[in-house]
Design a protein. Structure first.
Length: 370
């Protein structure tokens, strides 16, 4: 559990660059590792159990005889792929739901020094569970389709460029190799940045739903408007998370691959044997272990980016300073339209530590807080 702090954290009021964003996410994660690990654990642990169970069920169904059967191997691969895809989708949606629940707790910690707890995070998520499920499912489906389209379009353009270069450098094979590598790197970077440019528009939907108490589709619209100018920082955060994840996988997978190689397992494309159950189960456990350790970094980074963007666009620092120096700020009457969103929506407050009381008049609130 995080300890309350006496004053508003500077994390909530200082505009962050890409490097600052990653640095503060890592420092926050290292300081409060246990709480964040426990918050991220349930969806990943459930996904791990279902993945391992599905894998063992597939082996029981399809590998009933002795020897290698191409039909059994193909059916096993199709069965595990479909099940793995369904489990991945469910686990990703559940992770986004938890991220939404954590975002309100996290923002209240930044603004008021309230503790971040496992109970408050999941209480927040449960208070908007159905909406978060729908919004998270929409995000996963839309980004999966967008990612597939961007990948295939980028791959087609890259192959077209490689074809043109092969005609230009037909007499210089060594130069063709160097230019081809440069073109491949450029294609990967371009595809990644194009995906991030689109994906960042949906990055703040869970946060908006829980922090600002918006509906599903209004949260999507709000996230799209809020994401203007954040795609490079979003890309930096995503790139860092991916590199950290695959680095952790490499550290754990390499010893496993060495042991499997010494045990005589054939991983070649023409292998006529199926990998043993212990190897496939170990692979699943390693992949899920990397997710459970590193997913809090992604959650913290997106929450920091969300708060930072509201500081830049809506003057959180000025609003907080005015509230602390001038006292309570009255709500805008219902007949008027407030162009700015409150720091926190008035609904779905957690039962955690209350904010520090200030002298106020009845019926008046600060930053939309009750």
């Amino acid at each position: 559990m995080l300890s309350p702090v006496a004053s508003v954290s500077p994390l909530s009021t200082v505009p962050l660059g890409a490097g600052d964003l990653i640095d503060r996410a890592i420092r926050f994660y290292r300081k409060y590792f246990t709480t964040l690990f426990l918050i991220a654990a349930p969806p990943v642990v459930a996904g791990t159990l279902f993945s391992v169970g599905w894998l063992l069920l597939a082996r029981t169904i399809f590998f009933t005889g002795e020897g290698y059967d191409p039909f059994e191997s193909g059916a096993f691969a199709a069965f595990t792929f479909v099940g793995g895809l369904a489990i991945w989708f469910t686990q990703t949606v559940a992770t986004l739901v938890v991220m939404g629940g954590a975002s309100r707790n996290f923002v209240r910690h930044l603004l008021h020094g309230e503790p971040i707890t496992f109970a408050d995070t999941y209480r927040n998520a449960w208070s908007r569970f159905s909406g978060l499920m729908v919004a998270s499912a929409i995000i996963v489906v839309v980004l999966s389709l967008i990612g597939s389209v961007v990948f295939f379009v980028g791959a087609f353009v890259w192959l077209f460029i490689i074809g043109l270069l092969s005609l230009l450098f037909v007499s210089l094979p060594s130069a063709m190799g160097v230019v081809g590598v440069i073109a491949a790197i450029g294609a990967v970077v371009t595809i990644f940045l194009a995906f991030c440019f689109i994906a960042c528009r949906f990055a703040y939907v869970p946060q908006v739903m829980l922090v600002e108490d918006e509906g599903v589709f209004s949260s999507i619209g709000r996230s799209i408007n809020l994401a203007n100018g954040t795609w490079l920082r979003f890309a930096a955060l995503l790139a860092f998370t991916m590199v950290a994840t695959y680095s952790a996988l490499a550290v754990l997978y390499i010893p496993l691959l060495w042991y499997a190689w010494f045990a005589g397992i054939d991983f070649g494309p023409m292998a006529e044997t199926v990998s043993p159950a212990w190897y496939e189960v170990a692979s699943q456990l390693i992949w899920q272990a990397s997710l459970i350790v590193l997913s809090p970094v992604w959650m913290i980074g997106l929450c920091l980016l969300y708060v930072d963007q509201r500081v830049r666009l809506e003057g959180y620092d000025i609003e907080l300073m005015a509230a602390r120096r001038l006292g309570e700020i009255p709500d805008v009457p219902d007949q008027y339209l407030n162009p700015l969103q409150p720091a926190l929506g008035a609904k779905a407050e957690p039962r955690g530590v209350p904010a520090t009381p200030q002298q106020s008049s009845p019926g008046m609130t600060t930053l939309g807080l009750k």
